[in-house]
Design a protein around this ligand. Structure first.
Ligand code: URA
Length: 200
């Protein structure tokens, strides 16, 4: 049984969390965004500057690129997917979260997974894939593959920041989103894909 069985209680408690030192420097706790019955959950690493200021995941340049890839396959953060992060508060100067900060934060993501009960989890980047899929996950070799665990499908793909750094990887990244769309059509019950033309 998760600690919180209602989204409103989870969100309120998470926004008031002071379990690690990141609460001293954050502007906002970035809990997550998306419908609370989404069957597909995306997990990033942690908020950057823009996310900290706006209180929403992936709202900077990487987020815009992520939205493009999502929209191309009929997915959208306000309609049919949920996006969260492994760590909910921005580490100062975007340093990596410390092991104790990650440990203090882990139960929020676990509780979100318990409430959503997603059919598919997509890990954006090595940090979340190593945490959720397996500790030795290799993004370059294993991205786009589906792993079954506890009745869910887990997939790792590149982090949007990696595509901004090396745009040559964009086509293999998009291919993962196409594979995801096909898998959603195969295993999801109520996820309605939008017409990509709506976002043009
Ligand atoms: N990078 C992440 O991993 N998450 C965000 O929310 C923003 C950037």
């Amino acid at each position: 049984m998760p600690e919180f069985t209602e989204w409103n209680a989870l969100i309120e408690a998470c926004q008031n969390c002071r379990a690690c030192g990141l609460c001293e420097t954050r502007t906002n706790v970035v809990v997550g965004v998306g419908p609370e019955n989404a069957e597909v959950l995306f997990i990033g690493e942690g908020p950057g500057e823009n996310e900290d200021l706006q209180g929403e995941p992936f709202v900077g340049r990487g987020g815009k690129l992520l939205d493009l890839a999502l929209h191309a396959v009929g997915l959208d953060r306000r309609r049919n997917i949920y996006i969260g992060n492994s760590v909910k508060c921005r580490p100062p100067k975007n340093r990596d979260p410390l092991p104790e900060e990650q440990a203090a934060c882990a139960h929020w993501l676990e509780n979100q997974i318990a409430l959503l009960n997603p059919k598919i989890i997509v890990c954006l980047g090595r940090v979340s894939a190593c945490r959720i899929i397996k500790p030795d996950f290799k993004v370059t070799r294993e991205h786009g593959q589906f792993f079954e665990r506890d009745g869910r499908l887990l997939m790792g793909t590149l982090h949007p920041a990696a595509i901004l750094r090396d745009p040559r990887k964009k086509s293999e990244w998009f291919a993962d989103f196409v594979a995801l769309r096909d898998k959603i059509q195969e295993v999801c019950d109520h996820t309605e894909l939008a017409d990509p033309a709506e976002f043009a």
